[in-house]
Design a protein around this ligand. Structure first.
Ligand SMILES: Cc1cc2nc3c(=O)[nH]c(=O)nc-3n(C[C@H](O)[C@H](O)[C@H](O)COP(=O)(O)OP(=O)(O)OC[C@H]3O[C@@H](n4cnc5c(N)ncnc54)[C@H](O)[C@@H]3O)c2cc1C
Length: 465
């Protein structure tokens, strides 16, 4: 046992299981404090996530309390100045799990250097990922840019590492507080009340994440490969916000699923693989966080149109499947993957608006927002990412709706103005021409662009680059 205090820097790690930093600190010290640094600037454009973090802090504090570990929230403008002040104290050892975003990886370098200079003991652990992003490389040492070979190699590499020795958290001797100035998590919660709806849908906790995984394995895994395309059914796990905030470790998902010989398991784990791939991409090619991965798109003639952008955000484009998706996002903080692709394609191809606008809006509204998946998802849709959908493949929102929401139940749920519209007109209500059922332009908007004309315009724009 070490005599000093164990401090655990908690980021996206709201779990006990496989929380290596927390487990190790609890085994090495009689007194452990977990602390969360709240940087207002970081959350400025991530309103939905503030709600999830606020709930998670509250839930996790009471859980840690059973192990005599205090969870403290400290507000800071700068991680650097926070740690510089902390280093002066020297009465602690520092533990943390890695976060795979370039700015955090860079900050780890700062921490490592200064902890050594100040002779402070520390331990840093693998975060919520199967492989460290730089462990999976091509034979020539360069990073993968295409998913399939990446995942083949990543899976093999991961399999060679397991089984791991499981460790568990130890109850500490004494619960103490450490930081003089702390804040209440309530101060983090968004001021606008729209998130009240989230409370009816989500319970941010480790237990719920594990329960959801078990339910999904029982009910959804077998048919996942097909069912994952249909937004009106529970065909996917909805684990993404839990994964993002670390309520479940992807290794746990792997362990629970890889042993199961159901058809969907391979496909499901490959989606976890896309998450690994995206984390690898943003770390090897960090320019893609705010620029096009593919430089030729730098010359793309994007258009600025605040009217179109606002109609898209509000779910008022006149294309039912697009509007349903955007309203699902606003109401629940989540959107089905198929629909993310449809609404994304509509923004960048039908409206010719830069993918960065979409990325920004998703960042603000998604409970599962993470830089790697969001930026890569948007660049995949726009055609400018690594291993992306080709730009010239333009989703037809009418056909997508008819194929993946055949009965129109998804659209009727989120766009109730259309609930009396007969099935064969649900994805193209402008063809109905029956004002007794729907007054187009009054009850529901006319399409803001004509699909065929927009498609040709997008192809012409693409030709320019
Ligand atoms: C434009 C766009 C933006 C996106 N932004 C995000 C984001 O900010 N955060 C996020 O987690 N995902 C993002 N995705 C990926 C995907 O839509 C979500 O991960 C998925 O819809 C989450 O639902 P689920 O948990 O039910 O997924 P499931 O189908 O149950 O998949 C299980 C897990 O695998 C991972 N996963 C699934 N699909 C993908 C994918 N296409 N790419 C990477 N990982 C995947 C997620 O961690 C997910 O929770 C985005 C996709 C697009 C097209």
């Amino acid at each position: 046992m070490l005599k000093n205090i164990g401090l655990v820097w908690l980021k996206d790690d709201f779990r006990i299981q496989k929380n290596l930093a927390l487990i190790e600190a609890s085994q090495n010290h009689d007194q452990v404090i977990a602390f969360f640094l709240y940087k207002n600037k970081k959350f400025q454009n991530q309103e939905a996530q503030k709600w999830w973090v606020c709930q998670s802090l509250k839930e996790f504090r009471s859980k840690l309390s059973k192990f005599n570990i205090m969870l403290e929230v400290v507000e800071t403008d700068s991680y650097k100045s926070f740690f510089e002040k902390l280093f002066v104290k020297k009465n602690f050892s520092l533990y943390w799990n890695k976060t795979y975003e370039p700015k955090y990886i860079e900050f780890d370098d700062f921490l490592l250097k200064n902890l050594k200079i100040n002779k402070i003991k520390f331990k840093v652990f693998k975060g919520n990922i199967l492989n460290e992003f730089n462990e999976v490389k091509k034979n020539d040492g360069t990073p993968f840019k295409v998913f399939t070979p990446f995942w083949r190699s990543a899976e093999k590499f991961y399999l060679e590492k397991i089984p791991f020795k499981q460790k568990s958290i130890t109850k500490c001797k004494k619960k103490i507080s450490y930081f003089k100035k702390t804040i209440n998590e309530k101060d983090i919660c968004p001021k606008k009340n729209w998130f009240k709806k989230f409370e009816k849908i989500w319970v941010p906790s480790e237990e719920i994440a594990l329960k959801e995984l078990k339910n999904f394995i029982k009910e959804g895994l077998e048919n996942y490969s097909e069912a994952r395309n249909f937004p009106n059914i529970n065909g996917t796990s909805k684990l993404s916000p839990f994964i993002k905030h670390g309520q479940i470790h992807v290794e746990t998902i792997w362990e629970e699923c890889s042993a199961i010989k159901k058809n969907g398991a391979t496909k499901f784990l490959a989606e976890i693989g896309w998450r690994e791939f995206n984390h690898s991409l943003i770390n090897y090619f960090p320019h893609m966080l705010n620029k096009n991965y593919s430089k030729k798109f730098d010359k793309f003639p994007w258009q600025k149109n605040s009217k179109f952008l606002s109609a898209w955000k509000k779910g008022m484009t006149g294309y039912p499947i697009v509007d349903a998706g955007m309203r699902e996002l606003y109401s629940t903080g989540w959107m089905h993957n198929r629909v993310r692709m449809i609404v994304g394609s509509f923004l960048v191809k039908h409206l010719l608006i830069n993918w960065k606008e979409g990325e920004k809006h998703f960042r603000n509204c998604l409970l599962d927002f993470n830089e790697a998946n969001n930026v890569s998802g948007w660049q995949w849709v726009a055609g400018c990412g690594a291993d992306a959908a080709p730009y010239f493949r333009i989703f037809n929102p009418i056909l997508q709706g008819e194929k993946f929401d055949k009965e129109g139940n998804y659209v009727k749920k989120w766009v109730p103005e259309l609930k009396s519209v007969p099935k064969n007109f649900l994805h193209k209500p402008w063809e109905l021409k029956n004002e007794n059922i729907l007054k187009l332009g009054v009850d529901y908007p006319s399409p803001i662009v004509n699909h065929e004309q927009a498609r040709l315009k997008a192809l012409a724009a693409f030709k320019k680059i």
